[in-house]
Write a protein that binds this ligand. Structure first.
Ligand code: PLP
Length: 485
C-alpha cells in the first residue's frame, strides 16, 4: 500500500481532537517542558522514519507529547515578551487561510481581506489617509521594508537607483538608544551597515531629544553623508516610551529626510484617549509599522508596514519578471480568481510566498471592533499604572520608570542590600522558576528593573496584582536568607 496520502473527509474529527488538546493546554495545568525533557524527546525523536503512521496516531502523539510541552508565552501571567498567546479567532482565521488560501495572491476573498484589513488598521490607528500597507512576518521585516523604502527614496533624490546599482555613498540613520535592535539589523541587511546608525541622546524618560537630532543632522549633512531616515518609536520595547513625534517629524522634514515610526508594539496605544495626544506627529510620518501579533492578539507571524506612496516599495523591492509567475496569471478578460495576482504584494516586500495574514487581522477586528480593541488597550495601560501605584505605596518597591503604555519598570529595594541589581535579578529568577508570574527584566540607566509588559488578551488585573505580590514575597525571602547567613 502506498505510504503517500492526502486525506479528505476526516478534518472535522481531527480538528475536534486538536481543539480539545489545545484547550487543555490553555488551562496551563501541565508542567514546564524542561521538567520532562527526556520523555518528550524520546517520544518525538528518533531516526528518520522510513514508514509513515496514521494521521490519528500522529495527532495522539502531538496531544500527548508535543502540545503540553509548548512554551510559557501564552500564559496569562507571562508578561515578558511583547508577543503573546493568540486569541481563538486569530488561531481559527489563521488555520482557515492555511487550508483555503495558502498564498495571498489571486482574486480571492482572502486577497480582498489583505487590503481591507490593512485599511481598517490604518483608519483605527489614525494613519494619514493616503498610507497603504503590506504585511510581513513581524516587526523585524516590517522595519526592514520601511528602511528599504527610505533608502530607495533618499538616493532617488540624488538621481541614484540603489535597488539597481547598490549604495555608492555612506548613509546615516538616526535612532535613539532605546530603538529596537531590528533597526540595526535592517541597516546591515540593506547594505548601509550597522555603523550607519547614529544614536541620538534621550531625555530622562528615554525619549529621543529633538535638539540633539537637529544638531547631528546638520553636522552630518555638512560632512556629505546621505541622511536616509530618522527613526522614532511610538512605544519603545523596554519602557513603552513614545518619542516626541511631532518635533522629530518637523526636523526630518526640515532636512528632507524620511521619517519612520516604529509602532510595532505601541501604535495601538493611540486608542487610549488619555494619551492620544502623544501620537500627534503621526501625520508627518513617511512610514509606520505595527505588529498585529503583539497587542492585537494575532498568532505570531504578522507585522505591517505602511508608506505614503506604495510605488516606492515597488521600486525598492520588485523582484523583476519571472516567466512562470507571469505565466500563471493574465490580468486581461478576468473571469477567474487565478486570472490575476490581485495587489502585487510579492513585489512590495521581501516575500514571494506568504500566508494570507489579512484574514486574521480582519477577524480580530471584526470580532471585537474598534471599541473592543480600545477596551483592551486601556485595560492593559491601567494594569501597568496599577503596578506603578502599588509599587509607589509599598516601602520595599520603587518605580524606576513611570508607565506610558502597558509596561511598568519597577524593582525591589532594601537598604540592607548593596547590590540591588543582583537582588532583582535573583527575584526574577525565582519568579521564572515558580512559573506563575513571568515578567522580563531590563536595564534603565544602569538599574536592573522588573519589566512586565501587559498585552495578552487573557491577562487581567488579577495577574498584575499577583506579580507585585510575587516580587515582594521573593524579595523578602531572599533578604531573610541573606541576613540569616
Ligand atoms: C518596537 C519594536 N520594534 C520591532 C520589534 C521586532 O518585532 P518582531 O519580533 O515581530 O520581529 C519589536 C519586538 O518586540 C518591538 O518591540
Amino acid at each position: 500500500m502506498s505510504q503517500e496520502r492526502a486525506e479528505c473527509g476526516n478534518l472535522p474529527k481531527l480538528l475536534q481532537q486538536l481543539g480539545a488538546d489545545l484547550d487543555q493546554y490553555l488551562r496551563f495545568e501541565h508542567h514546564d517542558a524542561m521538567s520532562n525533557e527526556y520523555s518528550w524527546k524520546a517520544a518525538l525523536g528518533g531516526s528518520l522514519p522510513q514508514q509513515g503512521i496514521a494521521c490519528e496516531q500522529l495527532l495522539e502523539i502531538m496531544g500527548k507529547h508535543l502540545i503540553p510541552n509548548g512554551s510559557q508565552v501564552p500564559k496569562p501571567g507571562c508578561t515578558s515578551f511583547i508577543t503573546t498567546g493568540a486569541t481563538s479567532i486569530g488561531v481559527l482565521a489563521s488555520l482557515s487561510g492555511t487550508v483555503a488560501a495558502p498564498q495571498r495572491v489571486g482574486l480571492t476573498a482572502f486577497n480582498y481581506l489583505e487590503d481591507l484589513s490593512l485599511q481598517w488598521m490604518a483608519e483605527m490607528f489614525e494613519l494619514p489617509s493616503a498610507m497603504k500597507g503590506i504585511y510581513s512576518s513581524g516587526g523585524s521585516v516590517a522595519n526592514l521594508v520601511a528602511l528599504g523604502a527610505a533608502r530607495q527614496w533618499a538616493f532617488e533624490q540624488l538621481g541614484i537607483n540603489v535597488a539597481e546599482d547598490g549604495i555608492p555613498r555612506a548613509c546615516r540613520v538616526y535612532v535613539s538608544s532605546a530603538c529596537h535592535r531590528t533597526i540595526h539589523r535592517a541597516a546591515a541587511v540593506l547594505g548601509m551597515g550597522r555603523s550607519a546608525l547614529v544614536t541620538i541622546a534621550t531625555d530622562k524618560n528615554g525619549r529621543l531629544s529633538p535638539q540633539a537630532l537637529r544638531q547631528q543632522l546638520q553636522a552630518d549633512i555638512n560632512k556629505g553623508f546621505v541622511s536616509v531616515a530618522v527613526v522614532a518609536s511610538a512605544g519603545t520595547t523596554d519602557t513603552g516610551a513614545i518619542d516626541p513625534l511631532c518635533e522629530i517629524g518637523e526636523i526630518a522634514a526640515d532636512y528632507q529626510t524620511w521619517f519612520h515610526i516604529d509602532g510595532a508594539y505601541g501604535l495601538p496605544g493611540i486608542l487610549d484617549p488619555r494619551i492620544r495626544h502623544l501620537y500627534d506627529g503621526l501625520s508627518l510620518a513617511d512610514s509606520v509599522i505595527v505588529d498585529p501579533h503583539k497587542w492585537l492578539g494575532a498568532p505570531v507571524g504578522i507585522g505591517a508596514t505602511y508608506v505614503r506612496d506604495r510605488s516606492i516599495l515597488y521600486r525598492a523591492f520588485s523582484q523583476g519578471a519571472a516567466d512562470y509567475l507571469e505565466g500563471a496569471c493574465h490580468d486581461d478578460n478576468i473571469q477567474n480568481s487565478m486570472h490575476s495576482m490581485g495587489v502585487p504584494y510579492h513585489d512590495f516586500g521581501v516575500e514571494l510566498s506568504a500566508p494570507s495574514r489579512g484574514a486574521v487581522v480582519w477577524a480580530l477586528i471584526r470580532e471585537i471592533g474598534k471599541v473592543g480593541m480600545q477596551e483592551r488597550i486601556c485595560r492593559h495601560n491601567d494594569m501597568a499604572q496599577l503596578v506603578a501605584d502599588l509599587a509607589h505605596k509599598h516601602p520595599d518597591l520603587e518605580v524606576v520608570q513611570e508607565p506610558t503604555l502597558s509596561i511598568c519598570c519597577f524593582r525591589y529595594i532594601s537598604p540592607h542590600m548593596p547590590d540591588l541589581n543582583a537582588l532583582n535579578k535573583q527575584i526574577h529568577r525565582q519568579l521564572v522558576q515558580e512559573g506563575n508570574c513571568i515578567p522580563s527584566t531590563t536595564i534603565i540607566n544602569g538599574i536592573l528593573v522588573i519589566r512586565p509588559c501587559f498585552v495578552g488578551a487573557r491577562t487581567t488585573e488579577k495577574h498584575a496584582r499577583e506579580l507585585v505580590d510575587a516580587v515582594v514575597k521573593a524579595g523578602n525571602k531572599l533578604l531573610a536568607n541573606t541576613s540569616s547567613c
